[in-house]
Design a protein around this ligand. Sequence first.
Ligand code: HEC
Ligand code: HEC
Length: 177
Amino acid sequence: MPSLLRSVSLSSSLLLLASACVIEEHDEEGEDGPLVAEVSSEQCNAGLRWVGGDEESTRMHPGGDCIGCHASRGEGPRYLVAGTVFEMLDEPDDCFGLEGVTVEITDAEGRTWSLPTNDAGNFFLAAQDGPVAMPYRAAVVAEGVRAEMATPQSTGSCATCHTATGAQGAPGRIIAP
Ligand code: HEC
Ligand code: HEC
């Protein structure tokens, strides 16, 4: 009996191991394959496009309204400030933006945050790293060149104004200077 018990528990732990591997592999595949597609540079300047739908990832929906969508779905992390930096003003939603750019936020009380863009061009400030006193000022810094938004803003989701066509007077996407 003891040896039977041992072999049962051994095989069930092997099963657990096996299923854990499957999940990990699936995640990795998701990250590198189906979540992101190579497209022509006419479709997206960076040649990459998010095709992962609402799959959870910091690279999801570049150009999208991160804060608004997470709030309306009741899912996803709570961000105080979030958006995407692109190469071109009229870049369509879900196209990858520019990596390695810094977005500087200065709030109404003089607190500052430096937010790096990831490989999708996305940047974000998590709720636990706040609060941000409104209105804030924003600037984009790339290779030592800085471009500042002239007007202080009170909406943390940059994409509500910085759409591909530009809303509320914005010139289009946030681009690197
Ligand atoms: C159209 C809706 C939508 C947009 C736009 C969107 N998200 Fe999400 N996001 C979701 C949903 C839904 C989830 C939860 C997915 C799940 O739990 O499977 C999520 C989850 C995430 C997660 C995963 C958090 C975790 O638990 O690991 C991250 C990170 C994330 N979003 C970042 C962003 C960023 C950054 C942007 C903007 C550039 C963005 N999202 C735009 C819908 C959206
Ligand atoms: C309520 C609308 C709105 C929101 C939200 C908004 N912007 Fe803007 N942004 C504008 C408008 C309008 C302009 C052009 C006039 C100006 O500079 O104030 C602009 C211009 C800019 C510029 C300067 C472009 C240039 O080269 O002159 C940068 C950089 C910028 N925004 C970054 C951001 C960032 C980063 C966020 C989010 C943290 C953000 N904006 C949120 C409306 C908005």
